[in-house]
Structures are given as C-alpha cells and as structure tokens.
Ligand binder design. Structure first.
Ligand code: ATP
Ligand code: MG
Length: 325
C-alpha cells in the first residue's frame, strides 16, 4: 500500500500536527510504502521571507526525523525537489471547476485571518491533489481540516479518469483518526501554525521551559471560581490532557473538575507536566539531529531521488493519457 502525507514548513511544528499527521505517519511507515514530504511550495502561499522559509524547511526536516520518521522505511523528501508536481497541478486545474475552489474552507479561513488572497492560496487544493496523485498514493493520513481537500483530490482524479481513461490516476482514501481529528489551540480554535495559538512539539532554542509553561497557562478557560465544580464538556485543558495522560489520570482530572475546590492553575500545571514529559524523547532526539545536519541533508537528498523515480513513472502515464506525449 502506498501511503503519503505532507506538512507545511510554515512555522514550528505543534501538537496538532503531531497527533493529526505525524504520529499516524510514524505508525503507517511499518505498514506500507510511505512517502512523506515537506510542503515548501505550499508554505510559500503564506511565507514571510526567503531566509525564514529556508530555516523552516530545515527545522521541519529535523522534526520529521526527531518524531520518528525513518528513512530506512519511508521516502522523506522536499516537495520542490520534484518540480514536476506543478505540471500535474496544471493538468488537474484544467478539470477543476472554480466552484470547488470557491467552497474550500481552508482558503476562506486564511483570508479571514488576514492573509493575502493570492492565486496560489486559492489554487492550493489543485497543487495538493497533485502532491498526492503524483505518487499513486492510496492512503493519506491527515487531520480533519484536510478532509475537504482530500475530497477535492478524489474528485479531480475521478474527472481525469472519466475523461482520459480509467487507471490514469489512483483515487486515494483518507485516514482521519476520530480522537485526534482536530486538536484545539490555546484559544480553542483549531491549533494552527498560522493562528499563533500553538503548543510546540519542541520549543525553539530561544524559549525556556518556564516560557513554555506560561503558554500552557494561557489555555482558555471559563471564570468558574476555585471552590465551584467546573464544566468538563468542551474543556480545552481536559481535551489536551487526554492526548498525553493515562486513562486513570484523565479520570482523576475529570473527577477533580466535578468536585470543585481546585483552581484552573493546578489543572494547567498537570497538563504542562504531562505534555513536557510526553515529548522529552523527541526533544532529546531533535537536539542530537541539530548537531548532525549533514545526515539530515543526506536523508532529504536521497528522498528526492526516490520520489523523482516514482513521480516520473506516474507523470509519463498521465502525459500520454492526456495527449501531451
Ligand atoms: P498552517 O496554519 O500554515 O496551515 P497547520 O498548523 O494547519 O499550518 P499544516 O502543515 O497545514 O499545519 O498541516 C499539516 C498536517 O497537520 C495536516 O495533515 C493537518 O490536517 C494536520 N493538522 C494541522 N492542525 C491540526 C490540528 N489542530 N489537529 C489535528 N491535525 C492537524
Ligand atoms: Mg493548515
């Protein structure tokens, strides 16, 4: 089975990325032929400048390996190392109705958040479809925010097959894990790099443990007084805690909310402790990799070769089918 997923180098990787995409990717690399990529063309839709972009790509490559993606098992590569993906995106654009793009939530959300409504951001789903279809991917693990983009991908593959022949493109399945489909951010919206509401998997070197703890203390809560019972439904603290803590600890956290007498500061401290311990091995691995950039670069270079070999086959098949060759 061919598995594929990508993450954007648009800022520090956060726990939503981890549970929505990274953890499933690590699990799936043992179950099939996996392709995992750094979506650097996509990140250009919201990029600040070239230097930051380059730094973000480097950091994401390190994060991939620190989180457990294994170059012995999976092909790890950078999207722009296979520029032919743009050709497939163009071919897909020719069968992509405007209405499909106009209805895309992700585009509307980003524009509502103040990003420029550039053409690339609007056409993002066509490039994302090309990312997936260029590698004959059969299974794509993602967070729920990508559900609609995957539907568009399936739709476009179907249109190409209808028009140019069955088997021109492989129609992929999506995998969305119910309990980690949408990890909430500190403010309760979906955690997103571009919303500045994230809890990083590995904080940047410039950030102390104390500053990260402060972030956790910012998690949005209501104003129930310390002595009163606190709501458990829709509690961001509890929802985040569930990602890291044992079942027994989660039950205790819920019981303590219901009993009253304990303040949110205490609950957030428990959340911080569980989170900090959970990612300790990944932080350690990351620190090691920071000092071994030659290895990281070598992984990406090898991944590019493997990705190119696969993409060439698929693109040749598509070019022939649509009459470009
Ligand atoms: P940006 O704000 O730049 O779009 P992002 O934080 O949404 O960044 P992406 O790189 O767009 O991250 O997404 C990478 C993967 O992480 C996708 O599979 C996406 O579904 C998943 N993901 C992102 N945010 C969450 C979240 N809050 N919960 C679960 N999965 C998420
Ligand atoms: Mg996103």
């Amino acid at each position: 089975m061919r598995i594929l997923t990508g993450l954007q180098p648009s800022g520090k990787l956060h726990i939503g990325n981890y549970f929505g995409a990274m953890q499933p990717a690590v699990q799936l690399q043992d179950q099939g032929d996996a392709f995992y990529f750094i979506a650097d063309y996509h990140a250009m839709t919201t990029m600040e400048n070239a230097a930051t972009h380059r730094e973000n790509v480097k950091n994401l490559a390190i994060d991939f390996l620190a989180c457990g993606l294994d170059p012995e098992k999976a092909t790890i590569f950078r999207q722009s190392d296979v520029p032919e993906v743009n050709e497939l995106a163009w071919i897909l654009s020719t069968v992509c109705p405007m209405g499909l793009l106009e209805r895309a939530h992700s585009y509307k959300d980003k524009v509502a958040k103040g990003f420029d409504a550039n053409h690339a951001l609007f056409a993002y789903p066509a490039l994302m479809a090309a990312d997936i279809l260029l590698y004959d991917a059969e299974l794509v693990p993602v967070g729920k925010d990508q559900k609609q983009h995957l539907e568009i991908t399936r739709d476009l593959a179907g249109k190409i097959n209808d028009r140019f022949g069955e088997g021109t493109l492989v129609v992929p399945e999506v995998q969305i894990k119910e309990n980690t489909a949408v990890v909430p951010g500190l403010d309760g919206q979906k955690m997103s790099k571009s919303y500045h509401n994230t809890l990083p998997i590995c904080p940047p070197d410039t950030m102390t443990q104390k500053q990260v703890r402060k972030l956790v203390m910012k998690v949005k809560t209501d104003s129930t007084p310390v002595e009163d019972p606190k709501p458990t439904e829709g509690s961001i603290v509890i929802d985040l805690y569930k990602l890291f803590a044992s079942e027994a600890d989660v039950e205790k956290m819920i019981a303590d909310h219901q009993a009253g007498g304990i303040g949110y500061g205490d609950f957030k401290q428990r959340l911080f402790d569980a989170y900090w311990e959970y990612f300790a091995p990944i932080r350690a691995k990351r620190a090691e990799l920071e000092n071994n950039l030659d290895y990281v670069n070598q992984v990406i270079a090898q991944g590019a070769e493997k990705a190119r070999a696969e993409s060439t086959k698929v693109l040749d098949r598509v070019r022939k089918a649509v009459g470009l060759r």
